[in-house]
Design a protein around this ligand. Structure first.
Ligand code: B12
Ligand code: SF4
Length: 592
């Protein structure tokens, strides 16, 4: 098992951050560990279509990272690889919280922090052993998923290698280099899944090691990929002092996520400015005190105002991050937030919609209240209203948030605050002007979906159940076929189509005609369970594959569940094409 390929998939949905080339550091760290043990490792960041498929199909093992918004892309890639007998391990924050879902698409899952368990898992697989006893690993046994108990202790940060980013194919194109100095967060905001994944205890790498890593990037801008870079002010000050004093640290500047209350510490602010901090990303979250309380943010609106004033005083730009849609928020709150951001002269903002991320108490609460209206994980990136807010409709939240973004990134506001924010900020706002309009155009389908979406039942509802076309006597292909049993149900906004029987081309045509009429106009996800479907001929299999392609243009998310590997291969003509164009559907291969 020498050739290991690691993939961080990007979402297909349009998204402001998808234009930012920067990996999360989990896979680069795990890849470095493997490299140090003599494995041949490559790391790729991108959408399925952009990946080097010839390399992927030549791998002995593939590891894929997930967040909630990118898990579907991960599942699609995994399905295609597994149908070619390439073992796949999935890890990352989403798989850690919903392992029962993720394991359906993988051979193995590693839950939680993986640095102590990935290598042992790879070694066990090489030796043909079951990963029994490796903490945090999920795998298949006798057709059932087994979840080993989770790891007990958090990883010791000083045992981690410096991630070797050279294994990433387009590393030199990164405008900002990610460097992680800490994990964990002592706070407990209701919408955030970080503490469940990395814990409350704030752990950090020793200053020496961080400096060693920083010394690799002269002339580059660095982004500290910590959740709260200055949660321990003593160590942050020590690090910044060294960054100022050490001649080998020649980075161009840096940015990091910090809390608003960091601005109250004068010495810290002074050191941040002197060590090259050019921008801070602050979770302001809301200007509605009730919402701040509901989020358990432990921050007041005055803290926000003071932070803006003081960071500007020290010449540091502010990217203000707001989460709209708390139970105390109305349409007015969203409008007022846009006005506040303009008036307070924040350099740039992100107005995200509150999103119930799996693993958070907020997700559990909304789930139990039946308020989640869309379970398409690819929309869980803060750009889409996926639940029913308390004091407005989901469609209002969607439209108003976009309007607020357009207001902040308006032509007038690009230039309005230049005397305070400077030209660099104006440039960001100008980019934001383009991105928000592009996003508004790309996402207009979702607004329509929210206004019309009629199906949200929590129990399955049968929309139709039918027997399709009996075999025609005298036709050889039809004689090999049997009636197709087709049923369409809906649950939680997802349509499930189950097809059983042996299909010939005539029946497939009939299926096409029936679905044309039966499928509702406004829906987002269709799951076709074809586990019980067989084909009367190769021609029929090819016909079904092209039918799925066609359907994939009508449905935003199409998932096809199949059982036999042979059946999977007959569907997969994608591999033959010279340009690896992936199918428009996700393949869920039930191997076990
Ligand atoms: C840096 C960062 C960014 C960067 C780079 C993003 C990127 N490439 O995804 C930027 C600023 C661009 C960004 C943007 C966004 N981000 Co961001 N980001 C982070 C942050 C702060 C650090 C990431 C990191 O390096 N973590 C440290 C490494 C070590 O962790 P890791 O990669 O998860 O890996 C460990 C384990 O998960 C596991 N593992 C991971 N993958 C695999 C794979 C295998 C095979 C195995 C065995 C193990 C394994 O082992 C690793 C080592 O222990 C995290 C918070 C966090 N603490 O993780 C948020 C976070 C990942 N972001 C988040 C979000 C929501 C976003 C956005 C949607 C924007 C937004 N609304 O704010 C966008 C989406 C970006 C995208 N590409 O889709 C959420 C994701 C939540 C979720 N459940 O999906 C997080 C967790 C923040 C939060 N507070 O909730 N982000
Ligand atoms: S939002 Fe930030 S401060 Fe709140 S728990 Fe998450 S990482 Fe910590």
């Amino acid at each position: 098992m020498k050739k290991i390929v690691l993939i961080e998939p990007q979402s297909k949905e349009d998204h402001v951050y998808k234009h930012v080339l920067m990996p999360r550091l989990g896979l680069p760290i795990l890849g470095t560990q493997l490299k140090q043990e003599g494995y041949q490792v490559s790391f790729h960041l991108g959408k399925g279509d952009s990946l080097p498929w010839s390399k992927l199909l030549d791998a002995d093992l593939v590891g894929i990272s997930t967040t909630t918004a990118t898990c579907r892309e991960a599942y699609q890639i995994s399905g295609l690889l597994r149908s070619n007998d390439i073992p796949v391990i999935i890890g990352g924050i989403h798989a850690s919280f919903i392992p029962d879902e993720a394991i359906q698409f993988a051979d193995y899952i590693v839950r939680g922090e993986a640095e102590e368990y990935f290598l042992p898992l790879v070694r066990a697989l090489e030796a043909g052993q079951e990963p029994e006893g490796i903490p945090g690993v999920s795998y298949w046994k006798n057709g059932k998923p087994v979840h080993n108990p989770p790891q007990q202790a958090a990883i010791d940060m000083d045992t981690l290698p410096i991630p070797d980013l050279s294994m990433m194919d387009n590393a030199n194109k990164m405008l900002s280099i990610p460097v992680m100095t800490s994990r964990g967060c002592p706070y407990n905001c209701s919408f955030c899944c970080v503490t469940k994944m990395f814990g409350h205890r704030y752990r950090f790498r020793c200053t020496e090691k961080v400096l060693q890593e920083l010394a690799q990037f002269p002339g580059k801008h660095v982004f500290f990929s910590d959740d709260n870079f200055v949660a321990n002010t003593k160590r942050s000050k020590e690090l910044m002092r060294e960054m100022i004093e050490r001649p080998e640290i020649k980075i161009k500047g840096w940015g990091a996520q910090v809390r608003a209350d960091a601005s109250y510490d004068d010495e810290l602010m002074e050191l941040m400015a002197r060590s090259g901090c050019s921008i801070v990303y602050i979770g302001f979250e809301s200007i509605n005190p009730e919402t701040l309380k509901g989020y358990n943010k432990k921050q007041s609106v005055d803290d926000i105002k003071e932070a803006i004033r003081r960071f500007h005083e020290y010449g540091i730009r502010i990217h203000g991050m707001f989460v709209l849609g708390g139970d105390g928020d109305t349409v007015e709150t969203i409008r007022e937030t846009a006005d506040f951001a303009v008036e307070a002269k924040i350099d740039s903002v992100q107005f995200m919609m509150l999103t119930p991320m799996p693993g958070t108490p907020f997700f559990d609460q909304l789930e139990s209240e039946g308020r989640i209206i869309n379970y398409d994980w690819s929309l869980y990136d803060g750009h889409y209203a996926v639940f029913k807010p308390a004091l407005m409709s989901a469609a209002e939240m969607q439209d108003e948030t976009l309007r607020a973004l357009k207001k902040f990134y308006s032509l007038s506001n690009i230039f309005k605050n230049v005397p305070v924010t400077g030209w660099a900020s104006a440039l960001y706002r100008a980019i934001g002007f383009g991105l928000t309009r592009h996003f508004a155009y790309q996402s207009r389908w979702y607004s329509g979906f929210l206004k019309h979406q009629p199906y949200t039942s929590s129990e399955p509802v049968t929309l139709f159940s039918r027997k399709l076309q009996a075999p025609v006597a005298g036709d050889r292909e039809a004689e090999a076929s049997s009636p197709l049993m087709v049923s369409l149900t809906e649950q939680k906004g997802i349509l499930y189509l189950k097809i059983r029987g042996i299909a010939d081309n005539l029946q497939l045509k009939e299926l096409n005609r029936t679905l044309e009429k039966a499928l509702p106009r406004h829906y987002n996800q269709l799951v076709i369970n074809a586990e019980g479907l067989r084909f009367a001929s190769e021609k029929a299999a090819a016909g079904f594959a092209s039918y799925l392609e066609k359907l994939g243009t009508r449905v935003r998310r199409l998932q096809v569940v199949i059982k036999a590997e042979k059946q999977a291969r007959s569907l997969l003509n994608w591999k033959q094409s010279s340009r690896f164009k992936l199918p428009r559907y996700e393949l869920l291969v039930h191997k076990h």
